[in-house]
Design a protein around this ligand. Structure first.
Ligand code: GLP
Length: 260
């Protein structure tokens, strides 16, 4: 039997962002070297803005925090406008003051000379750095329209680890806006696996807007399996999911009870 996830439906996404930011702030104060797993994408941008506000206005110190990004496109320079490395530098590393040696992005490998490493060497090194850091204390996650978490596209087995993947057509379509055209979107990426994500001590998920309603219902109420990678989260012992009303509207629990 899977553990039912704790799902919170909010009226405005800012409530979810403030809730999760407060939880992260408490964790950082309790354990300054906390290890955070970072998601990129529109869904999480407001959370990072709220954390940056707490840094400015409440002296929250991220100076010893260690971060691991979930995924990265292959074949992009770190400063390419579509690269997650750049996205996180602009929205997380610099606004929060994450120190340079504490930032981890899958495609970087682990050493200064890692540009010459093969992709599988980088993947192994990423898992190794994660272990050395003591594992992820809190993983921040969004959900892709096809049910992916990180770049674990359907079908992905539960035991998957950090590896190279081919991107799903919908994922590339959704990224086309950022890259200018579909043809510019890379076809391959490095992602941490479902197995890697499930080892995080806490998993915190955000999903907003009607575009996510169908996949949220399948992930939370449909069969658990590789066709909806996000469904595997339901087996995690410390999971919390925030939805706005639009993202929650196809859940059985959101439907009016049938009249007898
Ligand atoms: C992206 C990332 C995921 C992210 C998801 C949702 O491609 N690989 O980590 O959670 O897709 O993105 P968005 O928040 O922009 O909807």
């Amino acid at each position: 039997m899977t553990t039912p996830p704790e799902t919170i439906v909010v009226g405005r996404r800012e409530e979810a962002e403030a809730d999760l930011a407060r939880e992260i702030a408490a964790l950082v104060r309790e354990k300054p070297r906390v290890v955070l797993g970072l998601a990129t994408g529109d869904t999480t941008a407001g959370l990072y803005r709220e954390l940056a506000r707490l840094r400015r206005e409440e002296d929250l110190d991220f100076g010893r925090v260690v971060t691991f990004n979930l995924d990265e496109y292959l074949g992009l320079a770190p400063e390419h406008p579509g690269a997650f490395a750049r996205w996180t530098r602009e929205r997380v590393f610099e606004p929060l003051g994450i120190s340079e040696g504490s930032r981890h992005v899958p495609s970087w490998g682990a050493a200064a000379d890692s540009a010459s490493w093969t992709i599988s060497e980088r993947c192994r090194a990423y898992e190794e750095s994660l272990r050395e850091a003591g594992g992820i204390d809190l993983q921040i996650l969004g959900i892709g329209r096809n049910g992916h978490i990180a770049f674990n596209e359907p079908p992905t087995p539960r035991e998957s680890r950090t590896r190279e993947v081919r991107l799903h057509a919908w994922t590339r379509e959704d990224a086309a806006r950022v890259f200018g055209s579909l043809g510019e979107v890379p076809t391959r990426a490095i992602t941490i696996g479902i197995g890697t994500i499930l080892e995080a001590r806490r998993i915190r998920v955000l999903a907003f807007g009607s575009r996510k309603a169908g996949i949220v219902a399948r992930a939370l109420e449909g069969p658990v399996g590789p066709e909806v990678p996000a469904s595997f989260l339901r087996g995690h012992p410390d999971l919390r999911i925030w939805l706005d009303r639009e993202a929650a509207r196809e859940l059985d629990s959101a439907r009016p009870a049938p009249r007898s």
